[in-house]
Design a protein around this ligand. Structure first.
Ligand SMILES: [Cu+2]
Length: 127
């Protein structure tokens, strides 16, 4: 009596895997449709990586600290455009760049850590 019971399990398992795959596809397309594009910058070994990026207006930049040492993402020149709190390991900081410009920033804990975000409309070149 146990053999038919085992056989009926298989179609269910296939249906489950299929629905998981479909749910994953729906999740992916909704995340692509909603919200601005995201560009990641890693903070690792006392450096912003990549140190220099160019993005289109409306892009969200997300910094992630991979060091065990706290770091910040802070605008240079006192503009306060970027002003993150001290970020612990695996903390994120996000900012959406709306207008064009050059946004130099550094880490207030380690001022030698510097980097820059260029925001440019598609087709225009950095000077
Ligand atoms: Cu730092």
């Amino acid at each position: 009596m146990s053999a038919p019971h085992l056989n009926t399990g298989r179609p269910w398992r296939g249906a489950l895997l299929l629905s998981v795959a479909l749910a994953g596809t729906a999740l992916l397309s909704s995340s692509l449709a909603a919200g601005p594009a995201t560009v990641d910058v890693d903070i690792a070994k006392f450096a912003f990586v990549p140190k220099e990026i160019t993005v289109a207006p409306g892009t969200r930049v997300r910094w992630t600290n991979h060091d065990e040492t706290p770091h910040t993402v802070t605008s240079q020149g006192g503009t306060k455009v970027l002003s993150s709190p001290g970020m612990d390991i695996d903390d994120h900081f996000e900012f959406v760049f709306k207008g064009e410009g050059d946004f130099a920033y550094f880490c207030t804990v380690h001022p030698m850590m510097t980097a820059i975000v260029h925001v440019r409309k598609a087709g225009s070149k950095a000077p």
